[in-house]
Ligand binder design. Structure first.
Ligand code: SF4
Length: 639
């Protein structure tokens, strides 16, 4: 399939074409093992192929459910079943133990959910069971997750978790914007984060990571930058960025409102901020490390991502990826305990779906995940699949190299900075032929749906962007009522009745009101301030020099109008309105403006420069003429 077409489709459907392979839960239907009675044999055969594995234990208990959560987390009565769950987990370990006892365990992650929410005795029991059921060699890094609230409020438990053998801890801050946290259904304040970090440091974890998220519809760049600065000031060893993946979460309907450009911009922002503060990562990688030689991820994830080491997931909804199989435990879809519990009570593997994958699908899954680190390790790929990556994907590799999206560095193919921007186009290049077709079909179906602009506009916070006020000023010019051909030009000025420039003379004008065009505002102001009707207005230009109005950032759209034979009649906030005869005198690069009317004499001196063939006027002196209106008059009358 044409790489360019796949690349473009991935870019267009960037919320789908990402490291979470396959595209949809139904994608692998044709590979499903439908006979539950066959599972023990299939699992035995599959694990027989593996020499090593990583373990993942899922603890699905959380304080509250975050709106962006895509994981199996228990709620309602199920959420009270902690003791029962630990027991079920223990029995699941016993089921798998005979299949993998002789394999080398290379990593262990305990995640969730919020594992640290469990009571200490329950955590101890899980660790004891793990040690008893799986031969985990010393030197394997154990990693666990916590939330700031637990780490701040329960320092004894955090210290005890370290004593259980966990060397790495990861804490999800996600954002420091309290408004965004509220919107997302999470707790957190700066005070909690600082105490949490203090407790984690005191507990003596060798590796400490903070998770942050970006790409939310209601997350401004400034807020994200503030979060990054705050997180780096806490000085964790590592910072991991998660781009919100809308797929399958309660925020999914907002996905279309978040453009790829926005997530690219936010990743670039993070990349720069983090690098400036000593956190390093190659382009496209999500975990930034300030520890030399340390990727910053857990052993479980590092080996899984780079080498495609098989992993066994234990617990509700956990995912396992063997050499040639992918399985989801019960609860992955329902987030309920019932199915998982029933199967374990019946002595069966608690699997909801197991797929035996053709090698093309296993390759796609491994390579999709590899982009979590921003590169493909060529020898690791060859070791895992017995074939060369470059030969397996010749057209795709040529495409990414030609386009400057990836580059070869030694035995790795790495994303370039440009490639990091367009990651969602690159990942599907290495999908299986089946999933490439699925992506094209998905795109064709979704093309008929709304593009998300309505969501984007609903969330667009215009108040976050500083805006000027818009005003209008009108030069109403007419010849003096005499037959003489050299009769002077006259303009209407009003005497200001309020600050600023109170009692000085100004052009009629005022602020444009909501729902009004500049032309409508000009016509209204002429009527209200000077009693002039039916003006024929011609736009003169915009006047936007900083400081032109002492009240603040006010941009004026100036008009020229023919006053005809109307007589001005003041109203609104004007104390007077009348014609002034205009005299203009050019002296080298100076223009002198004199205005006289009803016994009043006003004047201004302006410097004249030619800019791009047009005169530009700068007011040097002004006597009795408000704002920069001498400049507007000069532009209207002298050119
Ligand atoms: S803390 Fe994590 S696992 Fe728990 S609800 Fe929030 S996102 Fe989901």
């Amino acid at each position: 399939m044409d790489p360019k077409r796949i690349f473009d489709t991935g870019i267009l459907y960037h919320h789908y074409a990402n490291t979470a392979y396959p595209l949809t839960p139904a994608s692998f239907r044709e590979y499903r093992v439908d006979d539950p009675g066959a599972l023990p044999t299939v699992l035995a055969e599959e694990w027989d192929k593996a020499g090593e594995l990583s373990l993942y234990v899922h603890l699905p208990f959380c304080q509250t459910r975050c709106k962006f959560c895509e994981y199996a987390v228990l709620s309602g009565d199920d959420a009270q079943e902690e003791a029962a769950y630990v027991d079920l987990l223990s029995r699941e370990m016993a089921l798998y133990s005979p299949l993998v006892r002789d394999k080398r365990v290379v990593g262990l992650d305990v995640g969730g959910g919020t594992p640290s929410k469990l009571s200490l005795p329950h955590l101890q029991r899980i660790v004891e069971d793990l040690r008893a059921r799986f031969p985990i060699p010393s030197g394997v890094g154990w990693s666990i997750e916590t939330t700031p609230v637990i780490a701040a409020r329960d320092p004894e438990k955090i210290a005890a978790i370290r004593q259980l053998g966990f060397e790495r801890i990861s804490m999800g801050i996600q954002t420091v914007s309290e408004k965004l946290l509220n919107d997302l259904g999470r707790e957190g304040t700066a005070l909690i984060y600082e105490r949490a970090v203090e407790n984690i440091r005191k507990a003596g974890f060798a590796k400490f990571n903070i998770d942050l998220m970006y790409g939310f519809l209601h997350q401004a760049d400034e807020e994200f930058a503030a979060t990054l600065r705050y997180a780096t000031a806490l000085a964790p060893d590592f910072i991991t960025l998660y781009r919100n993946r809308y797929k399958g979460t309660s925020l999914e309907r907002e996905a279309g409102g978040v453009s790829l450009y926005r997530v690219i911009r936010q990743y670039r922002l993070a990349y720069q901020e983090l690098h400036e503060r000593g956190y390093r990562a190659n382009p496209g990688k999500n975990t930034f490390s300030r520890v030399d030689g340390d990727y910053g991820t857990s052993d479980y994830l590092t080996r899984r991502v780079i080498e495609g080491v098989p992993y066994l997931g234990l617990g509700l909804g956990a995912q396992s990826f063997g050499v040639d199989y992918l399985a989801y435990n019960d609860g992955a879809a329902s987030k309920r305990l019932a199915g998982y519990r029933e199967k374990i009570h019946a002595g069966r593997f608690p699997i909801q779906d197991l797929y035996r994958l053709p090698v093309e699908e296993s390759i796609a899954k491994m390579v999709s995940v590899a982009f979590y680190f921003g590169f493909v390790d060529l020898p690791a790929f060859e070791k895992r699949f017995g074939r060369s990556f470059l030969e397996h994907f010749p057209a795709e590799v040529a495409f990414v190299l030609d386009q400057g999206l990836m580059e070869r560095q030694g035995e790795r193919l790495l994303l370039t900075s440009r490639g990091a921007d367009y990651l969602n186009g690159i990942i599907p290049l290495f999908f299986s032929p089946r999933s490439k077709r699925e992506l094209i079909d998905l795109a064709a179906r979704r093309a008929r749906l709304e593009d998300g602009e309505a969501e984007f506009l609903k969330a667009y916070a215009i108040e976050a962007y500083p805006r000027p006020s818009l005003a209008v000023d009108i030069v109403v010019a007419t010849k003096a009522t005499t037959d003489a051909p050299d009769a002077p030009m006259r303009v209407v000025l009003i005497k200001r009745g309020d600050h600023p420039f109170m009692n000085q003379w100004a052009l009629p004008g005022g602020f444009v009101r909501p729902g009004e065009s500049a032309e409508q505002a000009a016509a209204r102001e002429l009527l209200e301030e000077a009693g002039l009707t039916h003006p024929s207005l011609r736009q003169l230009g915009f006047f936007s020099e900083p400081g032109r109005d002492p009240r603040g950032w006010i941009v004026s759209c100036a008009f020229l109008a023919d006053g005809g034979d109307q007589t001005p009649r003041y109203g609104d906030d004007a104390l007077d309105a009348r014609f002034f005869a205009v005299a203009l005198e050019r002296d080298g690069d100076r223009l002198r403006l004199r205005l006289s009317g009803g016994g009043e004499a006003l004047s201004a001196t302006l410097r004249v420069e030619a800019v791009a063939g047009q005169p530009r006027y700068t007011v040097e002196e002004s006597h009795g003429i408000a704002f920069d209106h001498a400049r507007i008059l000069a532009l209207a009358l002298a050119t």
